[in-house]
Each structure stands twice: as C-alpha cells, then as structure tokens.
Design a protein around this ligand. Structure first.
Ligand SMILES: [Zn+2]
Length: 86
C-alpha cells in the first residue's frame, strides 16, 4: 500500500513514509481497545505531514447483540459475562 499526500514543505504530492504504533485504551464500557496510530512523513524531505488513528477492535471482543435471534449468540454473550465474573 502506497500513501500519497500533499507535503507542506515540498508543496507537492509526495509518497509518504508510514509508521504506526499501537496503544491500548479503555472505552466507556471498560473494554480494552487497541488504538493504532499512524504517522505520515514525506519520503523526500521527511517532514511530518499528518497522523490518523484506527480503532482495532478484535472480533471476539465485539458485543453480541441482545436481539440476535441465534441461540449461539446469546450463549457466547453469557459465556463472556461468566468469564469476566459479572
Ligand atoms: Zn516533503
């Protein structure tokens, strides 16, 4: 994947160097969510251009909807609550 963005130093579109790091944050429900922060730097002058953040929520941590009609969904929800000691 190649990222191209407008570099404020060069004043033209440049290919970006992308570096990323993960931090763990806790949401309002007390769940831990991996937050992936990416920083974009110009490949030509190494000037910092921008950064963005991507929420990386593992599938098994997603809430099972209570209106899910499938019995597996309810079992999975209850199993998770039991595992957490709720
Ligand atoms: Zn540049």
């Amino acid at each position: 994947m190649i990222y191209v963005d407008l570099c404020p130093m060069c004043g033209v579109l440049r290919e970006m160097d992308v570096t990323g790091f993960q931090t763990a944050v806790v949401d309002a429900d007390g769940r831990t969510i991996e937050l992936l922060t990416r920083a974009f730097h110009c490949k030509a002058c190494t000037c910092f251009v921008r950064s963005d953040e991507v929420l990386d929520v593992p599938e098994h941590r997603e809430d099972v909807r209570l209106d899910d009609p499938s019995p597996e969904g309810v079992d999975a929800f209850q199993a998770e609550r039991t595992a957490e000691g709720v």
